[in-house]
Write a new protein. Sequence first.
Length: 453
Amino acid sequence: MFSLGAIKIPTVAFLRKQLNTTALIEFGKYIQKVFPAVFSTEFIQHEVVGEYSYLFTVRGSDPQLMPYMLLAHMDVVPASEEGWKFPPFSAEEDEGYIYGRGTLDNKNSAIGILQALEFLLRRNYRPRRSFYIGIGHDEEVSGLDGGKQIAMLLQARGVKLSFLLDEGSGILDGVIEGIKSPVALIAVTEKGSLTLNLTVRSDPGHSSAPPKETSIGILAAAVSRLEKNPMPRLFGYGPELMMFEHLASEFAFPLNIVMKNLWLFSPLVSRIIERKPTGNSMVRTTTALTIFKAGIKFNVIPHLASAAVNFRIHPAQKVAEVLEIVKDTIDDDRVEITVTEAFDPLPISPWDDQALGVQIFRRTIMDVFPHVSSIAPGVCIGNTDSRHFTNLTDAIYRFNPVVLKADDVSRIHGWNERISVKDYEKQVEFLFQLIQNSDIDKLPKPHLSTHEL
Ligand SMILES: CCCCCCCC/C=C\CCCCCCCC(=O)N[C@@H](CC(N)=O)C(=O)O
Ligand SMILES: [Zn+2]
Ligand SMILES: [Zn+2]
């Protein structure tokens, strides 16, 4: 059963230096209380990193086996009191669901991993393969003080990982139009990100004698141009090509033929899938207008107007290219553009018969979710703490073992985030099984089944 107390602790991250540190400390105390075996077992070392994050080192019995890592985070995005069926930090149970901020992103993983390990320890289990567990405290605001510090600490210790598993994708059931059965998408990369601050300055004055153009009007026109001119379609130039090829047999005729021949049909397919926001995020670098600030009084022409625009960069594009397109689209020197944050899409992790992590995930998914009809490589449309671990391994995977239905995706960072009790139990079962399956020292034989690889 989900430790409901974890959801009730409001570990909200507003900005990098605006965290609810009281709640973060409480979360640390909470996990020590509910997972006593994890914190007292002789072969498990726990450390607090960056003041609030946790790093667990679980020493396996066979030092020859290269360790792996499980990553999650305890912080959550803010939640408004309105719009929710139940208050976001009440952990209310209703018709088999637990409601609350963090139930999908990402206390389900943080608690789920520790819960699975606690169960194993109570059965006197000791793993053969060592592994690390990282529970970050600031993932939602960059991960620089939590996840990144854990990565740097491990790097300083000379640690290399055989693979790393973080949040960022899931088992999609009815999310991809045309696919009826649930499919597991394990993201092999995540999109890059670019956040720009746009500023326009103009002379302030009395609203009774306004100039032809004001800072607000100039800025509004600029951001509107960005919204009306989406970034180019790049569908088929990144790993989403692999994803749809793997999923082709899931579509009914004639779509299965179309998906098998994306070299020919990708322009057509991209026009169809871009109609929905999640589909659009697979097709191109997305443009999101997220902040707009100007004015203080109805009869004062403001001197300053500013806006923030956040782009999530398609794996086939780079920051520099997006910036050039933005400048060309705005095409107005009065709009000052400054870069707030920028990084390229993450490297693509291996997806082949030699990829140990993939083979272990595949086997575990088949054990725990037998109704999943395909397992395919995907793209994480957001960002995760795993992006700080590229110096430790090239095998980074993003997959939350939870079934997401069409309306669940918008609950993440939105209203009424929830997880069913059954789905949470499945997540713990997956992690319980994954830890044991990771003890193999060589790859399992290819499985004879209809599952895709
Ligand atoms: C053709 C349709 C394919 C649809 C694929 C959509 C798959 C959606 C499944 C799950 C959604 C997962 C959400 C991504 C996790 C992002 C984690 C996050 O919120 N990160 C923040 C903070 C950060 N680390 O930067 C973010 O802003 O990205
Ligand atoms: Zn998250
Ligand atoms: Zn999030």
